[in-house]
Design a protein around this ligand. Structure first.
Ligand code: HEM
Ligand SMILES: *[C@@H]1O[C@H](CO)[C@@H](O)[C@H](O)[C@H]1NC(C)=O
Ligand SMILES: *[C@@H]1O[C@H](CO)[C@@H](O)[C@H](O)[C@H]1NC(C)=O
Length: 550
């Protein structure tokens, strides 16, 4: 090891030890611990980090739920955790008592993640404070308006581009899948799909930084407090953070510049700047805050949608009979054309396959923690202020009473009586909105509609155009398996890189995939050019008027 590394490790170990001892002494007091709740045996203070795997943590949490019950406590490096695996209990705590159960735990490896000191940067991570409140309202209003307008057609546009890319470069599907999700968000926020690659990278950086499986400082939290000169984690995060913020600000400044020239087409940033110019800021305090709330919106819509879309592919490869059912349904509902959002009522099988993919392979399997703001009692159990409540989505979705045969992919559970989750009318159900995967109470996900719509269009387009199959190894002639249980362990999960084949369903479909994209692309190019031309003409007229006045 490098001497500096040895020094850092030595100081770190010393620091952790001192911190642990002082903390253990001050916190032995009962009022700092969850009382009267079952849970695994724990080492004082350290709790249960030594054997809690950072990877696939939700599986261990689920094992403990099977052993200790639907609500149990554990401790990790001084922090109290209550793991909830029963939907009714999650409802009672996180919805009925939302007033005091809607804060967020601090994420150590970010600067001011809760925005306690007014950083105003990451809405989903903010404490329950004024910044969160106004940014949540803002985000909700903008996303709802876009949803109601069916995203001005840009989601259909990006799905067409994606299918074309799949035809052209099927082996690059994982890039193009994430890029599609990213382009949708970059179009909405800045009207600029060319920003997608950077935006995806930026989203990945933040996702890694905030996940327990990310930097070690999220687990060995005292390490974060090492002085900056010997703290590689802080130095790296400073760089990541500053670059991201600068990029968001640059987007806002560019939009402003283009607006001044009349060359900015509608997008969230323009909408904000226009409203702000007549004093309607939605209580957003500054352009810095605006650039962050909009930038965060772009980021949060990438891996959240990419995850279920990846798993839809995996599910269809493993269950080709369901893909066939979707294809037949699409033919009946849409004839030869690709499905649109208006076809949704006629596509219950497709919706069932999407929902079942999300149930079977949840992409936020641990759930997102809420923090309690007061000392509280629940069913005779004491939950101290500062406890983190983890609504364990993986456990909700494997409840054998609600989902019989929970470990199998069974889309029929959404389509047929007497499955407990069957619900009519099938023109509406199954739908994604309100799934436990989107979280709880005042913190519930703001992207439910956009997810539901994007999944329908993307999965519908896929099924319409392709058969989704295993690849054949050219050397052995055998199928290459698509693994079911290999993924990363970040807060938002996606499968590890895998290979598969996208087999176009017919020559006619091949032509249609190409043609519909070429037409959409030409229309888009022309619309953008026309907009610029108009701007230039308006500009000339303005100069003309100015001349006359003088
Ligand atoms: C399958 C896709 C998605 C899943 C599973 C998902 C899941 C979640 C979860 C679990 C939370 C935290 C809920 C809680 O604390 O109880 C959340 C919050 C949030 N989601 Fe999503 N999400 C998805 C897609 C999206 C999309 C596409 C967007 C936006 C374009 C979005 C925007 C947000 C925002 C802004 C929050 C923060 C809400 C707050 O803290 O007040 N989500 N989401
Ligand atoms: C996938 O496509 C992108 C964009 O065209 C490109 O940058 C990347 O190198 C490609 N990756 C592979 C593995 O072909
Ligand atoms: C701005 O804040 C004020 C005071 O808290 C509140 O009354 C008002 O409704 C807010 N406006 C918006 C658009 O959120």
């Amino acid at each position: 090891m490098h001497p500096v590394t040895i020094l850092i490790v030595a100081v770190a170990i010393f620091g952790v030890a001192i911190y642990a001892i002082t903390d253990a002494i001050t916190r032995r007091n009962a009022k700092f611990n969850v009382q009267g709740m079952p849970g695994p045996w724990m080492i004082p203070w350290v709790g249960r980090v030594h054997d809690l795997p950072i990877n696939f943590m939700w599986l261990k949490f689920k094992d403990w739920a099977d052993e200790y019950g639907p609500i149990y406590r554990t401790k990790m490096l001084g922090a109290n955790f209550v793991i909830v695996s029963d939907e009714k209990m999650a409802e009672e705590l996180l919805v009925k008592r939302a007033k005091v159960y809607s804060d967020r735990p601090v994420i150590r490896s970010l600067f001011d993640s809760k925005s306690t000191h007014g950083s105003m940067e990451y809405l989903p991570l903010m404490g329950r404070n004024e910044y969160w409140s106004r940014q949540r309202k803002f985000t909700h209003a903008y996303l709802t308006e876009a949803s109601n307008a069916h995203y001005h057609g840009l989601m259909d546009f990006e799905v067409k581009r994606w299918l074309y890319n799949l035809l052209k470069e099927p082996d690059n599907f994982s890039f193009s899948l994430e890029d599609m999700a990213s382009k949708v968000m970059c179009q909405l926020t800045w009207d600029d799909p060319s920003l997608s690659a950077y935006c995806t990278k930026s989203a990945w950086g933040l996702l890694t930084q905030m996940s327990p499986a990310g930097p070690i400082t999220n687990v060995l939290t005292p390490l974060w407090h090492l002085p900056t000169f010997m703290n590689p984690w802080k130095i790296a995060e400073r760089k990541r953070h500053d670059e991201q913020q600068e990029w968001w600000m640059t987007r806002l400044r560019e939009t402003k510049q283009k607006m001044a020239e009349g060359k900015q087409r509608p997008c969230f940033t323009r909408q904000y700047l226009e409203a702000a110019s007549i004093g309607r800021t939605s209580n957003i305090s500054s352009e810095y805050e605006a650039s962050s709330v909009i930038g965060m919106m772009a980021l949060v819509g990438i891996f959240t949608v990419a995850g279920p879309l990846y798993y839809f592919l995996v599910c269809m490869v493993h269950h080709p009979q369901w893909l066939e059912k979707c294809q037949r349904e699409i033919e009946q509902a849409c004839g030869e054309r690709m499905p649109t959002l208006n076809d949704s009522p006629n596509l219950p099988t497709l919706r069932a396959c999407i929902k079942e993919a999300m149930r079977w392979k949840p992409n936020v399997p641990t759930g997102v923690a809420h923090e309690v703001e007061i000392d509280d009692m629940y069913n005779g159990m004491f939950i101290p202020k500062g406890t983190r409540i983890l609504p364990l989505d993986f456990a909700f979705l494997r409840n054998p009473v609600k989902y019989p045969d929970p470990d199998s992919f069974r889309p029929e559970r959404w389509l047929e009586a007497p499955w407990p989750t069957f619900q009519v009318p099938l023109t509406k159900f199954p739908n994604l909105k309100g799934m436990t995967s989107f979280g709880w109470g005042q913190r519930q996900c703001l992207g439910m509609s956009i997810t539901q719509d994007e999944m329908l269009l993307a999965a519908g387009g896929l099924a319409w155009a392709f058969n989704l199959k295993r690849k054949i190894d050219p050397e052995t002639g055998e199928e290459i398996e698509v693994p079911l249980d290999k993924s990363n362990s970040l807060l938002i999960v996606k499968p590890d890189p895998f290979e598969m084949a996208f087999e176009i369903r017919s020559e006619r479909k091949r032509m249609e995939v190409v043609n519909q994209w070429k037409i959409a692309e030409a229309v888009d190019i022309k619309a953008r050019a026309d907009f610029l031309k108009q701007a230039e003409q308006a500009d000339k007229r303005n100069v003309g008027i100015g001349d006359e006045v003088m």
